[in-house]
Ligand binder design. Structure first.
Ligand SMILES: [Mn+2]
Length: 333
């Protein structure tokens, strides 16, 4: 049973009460995306409006194209975080480990608040505002803010809109409902700006990203009669194109968009192993369960994994085999 928005609002209210007179650290996940940054900024601003001293803390830095959203909010890198008296509230983290194990050790009292929308979230907070069928963590926060009457000014509305925009594939996924569009309309009235967001987030690509995209596209391979399409990125691709890990954002949508492809796979080889992104269009294929077989997790249609100590040359075929077998098993059901 998932939690309703009303129950999530109650949990968020408890977080606010617990933070009265205390200081908060709003934590996001490693390699933050639009929903992570959007919900961190929005929650931080909501807490500040309630008189709580709040900052955002992340293991990794804010992606360049999202920096404009950090209005009035301080982001601290995990490695630079020295304080000991802030209470942790995690947003958009399917599991506490997504915060980063090193950063997590700075909060020995645990996670006070857990605001999220991932189906696999095990409710690791003292208070859990987790709505499993919500389109984005920003969706949860926007709905809770309305229920609780929290202040949403223009900058907060822009941050909330950012997370909904990016986590719904620009309002194109199955998670988009009339209610979500109505909620988004209210965010626009408060100051969210779709054309500005589209420009900031999607139309500021570097030439390096374009070159990385070319390399990724030429790596695409089809498996199992074309039902699965995989592509890869290696360290050398980043070096040759002057890009970084954050530039791989969105590339998995290319194989996903091909006719006949049911599951798209992006394999990324890093110094410590192979990370993978999985995207699908049929919820019966349960990519969250597939990712779990590969040391990962996530949503039914979008999941990821991280295989430490693996390499694409040595383990790539085995990973794809696992994907093929899983897809066969689940599509037969
Ligand atoms: Mn999200």
């Amino acid at each position: 049973m998932g939690t309703s928005m009303k129950e999530a609002a109650e949990a968020l209210k408890s977080v606010l009460s617990a933070l009265k007179g205390r200081k908060a650290a709003v934590l996001g996940h490693m390699r933050p995306d639009g929903d992570c940054i959007g919900s961190q900024v929005a929650l931080c601003r909501m807490l500040q409006a309630e008189g709580v001293d709040a900052v955002c803390v992340n293991r990794d830095r804010v992606p360049t194209n999202l920096e404009a959203y950090a209005e009035g909010v301080t982001f601290i890198r995990g490695a630079d975080y020295r304080e000991a008296d802030r209470l942790a509230v995690a947003v958009d983290c399917a599991d506490a480990s997504r915060i980063g194990t090193e950063l997590l050790t700075r909060f020995p009292a645990g996670i006070l608040g857990n605001v999220d929308h991932h189906a696999s979230n095990p409710s690791y907070g003292t208070y859990n505002a987790v709505v499993k069928d919500a389109a984005a963590t920003c969706h949860v926060l926007a709905a809770c803010a309305e229920i609780l009457g929290l202040k949403v000014d223009a900058a907060t509305a822009k941050a909330l809109h950012l997370g909904i925009l990016t986590d719904t594939g620009r309002f194109s996924y199955a998670s988009v409902t009339p209610e979500l569009l109505e909620l988004t309309a209210r965010l626009l009235r408060l100051g969210a700006n779709p054309s500005e967001a589209n420009f900031r987030v999607f139309e500021q690509e570097t030439r390096g990203k374009l070159a990385l995209t070319q390399r990724f596209l030429s790596s695409l391979r089809f498996h199992d009669g074309g039902r699965i399409c995989s592509g890869e990125i290696r360290q050398a691709d980043y070096a040759a194109t002057g890009t970084t890990k954050e530039d791989k954002e969105g590339l998995v949508e290319f194989p996903r968009s091909v006719e006949g492809v049911e599951v798209a796979v992006l394999l990324e080889e890093g110094a410590d192993g192979v990370r993978g992104s999985l995207r699908g269009r049929d919820s019966r294929l349960r990519l969250d369960l597939l990712a779990a077989k590969l040391n990962g997790g996530g949503h039914v249609l979008a999941a990821g994994f991280n295989m430490l100590g693996c390499s694409i040359d040595r383990d790539g075929d085995r990973i794809i085999d696992t994907v093929v077998r899983h897809v066969r098993e689940h599509s037969a059901r």
